[in-house]
Design a protein around this ligand. Sequence first.
Ligand code: SF4
Length: 205
Amino acid sequence: MTERLDLEQVLAAFEKKGYTARYFADGQAAADYLDAAIDGQTVGFGDSRTLYDMEIYARLRRHNRVVDPMHPEDDRGFFEIIPDTQGTAVFLSSVNAASVNGELVNIDATGNRVAGTVFGHERVYFVFSVNKLCPDLASAVWRARNVAAPQNAKRKGYKTPCAVKGDRCYDCQSPERICNALVIHLHSMKRTHAEVLLLGEELGF
Ligand code: SF4
């Protein structure tokens, strides 16, 4: 009961900040929802392990025009694909951390992911697991920098000190550094319909 009440409070906190907030027990249920809600649209992805694990790309592309840097469909590389993710009607992203008060935190290397969540789309969906929830904004920023970013660097096979040592951020000057912009969403953006989809299943980093 306590867990349920806490969850309701978290969803209410996001609603208070202008998001439509929904809870799903697992990624499959959230994928079902997105598959039904997004039809006949142009869709851009911020590269996201959570969305990748949900296998939502293959479903959406059956009835939408979808661009995902994690699913290249031609010979183009990541940097050639990411401009096409901007300016689409819909943008999908995860977050690196969130506070139970309704703040969202994302770190980015090239800016395509954070740019897409801030401007240029009619609808934005933030999809993330409950394990990314933190007690306040300070701890959410700490998680993004010291947990999510090192794990993402390791996933990419980079030789940054965080990936090699695996314990925290070293604020490195590595050429493979992935932490160049940190965006905090204090509230939903003006003139964008934004939804928060919270997953009970732990996906992503
Ligand atoms: S700044 Fe460097 S050390 Fe810190 S998390 Fe980012 S890539 Fe890792």
